[in-house]
Ligand binder design. Sequence first.
Ligand SMILES: *Cc1c(COP(=O)(O)O)cnc(C)c1O
Length: 494
Amino acid sequence: MIYHSTRGASGEIGGCGAVARGIAADGGLYIPEEFPHISPEDIEALAGMDYIGRAKAVLGLYFPEFSEVEMQALCEAAYGGEKFDCEAVAPTVKLNDDTHILELFHGPTCAFKDMALQMLPGLLTASLRKTGEERKVCILVATSGDTGKAALEGFRDVRGSEIVVFYPRDGVSQVQKLQMTTQEGKNVHVCAVAGNFDDAQTGVKRVFADAETEKLLNDKGIFLSSANSINWGRLAPQIVYYFSAYCDLLNEGVIKCGDLVNFCVPTGNFGNILAGFIASLMGLPVGRFICASNANDVLTDFIRTGTYDRNRDFHTTISPSMDILISSNVERLIYLLSDCNAKLTAERMKSLSETGKYSLSDMESAVLGEYFWGGCCDDEATKAAIRENFTEFGYTADTHTAVALSVLADYRRETGDDTHTVVVSTASPYKFCDSVLSAVKGGEYESTTALFAELEKATGVAIPAPLAGLAAKSVRFTDCIEKDKLRDHVLSVL
Ligand SMILES: *Cc1c(COP(=O)(O)O)cnc(C)c1O
């Protein structure tokens, strides 16, 4: 299995190398030369397995460097034990006769990032060993909320790793802050930055670029790496649950093997939905991918017009994990659409960074439109979707999932397509309890742990254990540093 950079850097690399490096030397993203094929018989075999078995079978195709025993151990470490609060790991639940919901929030941090970030640490440290790296890896993260916590929980006490997370003092909810500052584990470090998310992000980028820091850490046998969603090790584990959802529908008798299914995905960085697209290229029978955005509608326009144009206002919404104008995984999509033309992809990425936009050819746009449909909705429609699905079907959706539900209704109205659809749910409603409660009950709330009991009473959905215990946990990390002091902090804790 050979991987290439989307921008064409020469030199062949395997799956472990791609995960160990994270990003290619030319700034491109790693992508396999070919996608392994999964036949209808293979899908039927997967349907007989549990989630760990499905993960081992699908992921194993992308990492032939690992033996079956090694792959089994990696998948058990990620998805086994008590880490997920239900045996199915990623259960598919019925919403109504035409729609199922794939719940990806049963992991330790109650958001879909767990699906990849429970897997990445094991995959990364094992890949480093395979590629002969002997130094310790230190993961450096700037977070606006969900990623930081999921990365901390994934890397906690993983041998050969340390993790340092910076969050903006003025940019996370009380629940998100508590989730991070009470983090357990011997190798974890959490610190607030006096400023907003951009200050934290810029600070982290500076530490990565600083040659002196690199040398000082190297002398201690440490090197820095990132856990962001462009790493192939975060994308690959996400392919699994698309197959898994299809298998669940087969087992429930909702579909027959070979029937087409649509997926509707609340999208930010385009990582989740791209993993689904890759599953379909491997042979999963998918009709359409419905790409759902909030008021930040750059992807909707891209899918409808073939022009990606980030020159527009940035909106802060109640689905903050999708507040994004540059969706980095689109680079892999346009590489595939261009028939793996790395030169063209590099030119388009250059154009994106210089002018904020680029356009596909008419042919590429047509192919894009065959696979994808794009839609968006504002906060009001998001809340309306939460309210309607709660009253009509008794389902409590979080704000991100609600964007998908709202856009799916638009899609069905506009196209008349009645293909059975799986809505991908990316967070527990408790993670965004203030907005969910406001949608269900009316009124305005602040996101605090005190709100959990009220949401439980209003919806009947049990408080997830990791959040229920939060208020009683002791705070371990209280440091808050100036925005030009990230480097000093990293050097002092490592
Ligand atoms: C990260 C995230 C998303 C967006 O996923 P992408 O892979 O970036 O498209 C959606 N919802 C939630 C809750 C998230 O945390």
